[in-house]
Design a protein around this ligand. Sequence first.
Ligand code: URA
Length: 188
Amino acid sequence: MNDTWEKLYEECSSCTACELSKTRTNCVFGTGNREADILFIGEAPGDNEDKTGTPFVGRAGQLLDEYFYAVDIPRESVYIANILKCRPPKNRDPLPAEEDACIEFLRRQVKLINPKIIVCLGRISAMRLIRPDYKITKEHGQWVQKGNFLITAVYHPALLLRDPRKKEDMLTDMKSIKEKLDEITGKK
Ligand code: URA
């Protein structure tokens, strides 16, 4: 049977496949344009996301919004999701077993959206979606073709809050993403 957003959301929000389901307030499913050309994928929900059920609404999300604004990619035009749909305690890194338990939901989201471009937000997402030994410091901003998708990774906005010297690289990468998007969608 064909997958649907309703079915996927229902399964995701009632999932008990890992321990994180016991401590979540909300499942943070994903948000945005379900027909987006571009899909941004972060790591896992934080406190604000767990409380609201929406990805990237805390400080890191506000910084991400500034980059969307700076390069003229409206947030409403993209889809934003995470590798994990439930918040890890104290915002620790996802465990491999948690990623394995959750990744099918993301795969199904990718299939339903069928974006042209996927942007990994941070190293955890890049290591899962591009290569396990991905080195974000060296490889951020580079493009990789994977199946039907063009994939790149940028620094995680939470890292930029801790290390503002990386903000210049982030702006360069986001500008290149906007250029690629325009190129692919024929706006250029
Ligand atoms: N960090 C992430 O990786 N995802 C969110 O949704 C919020 C913060």
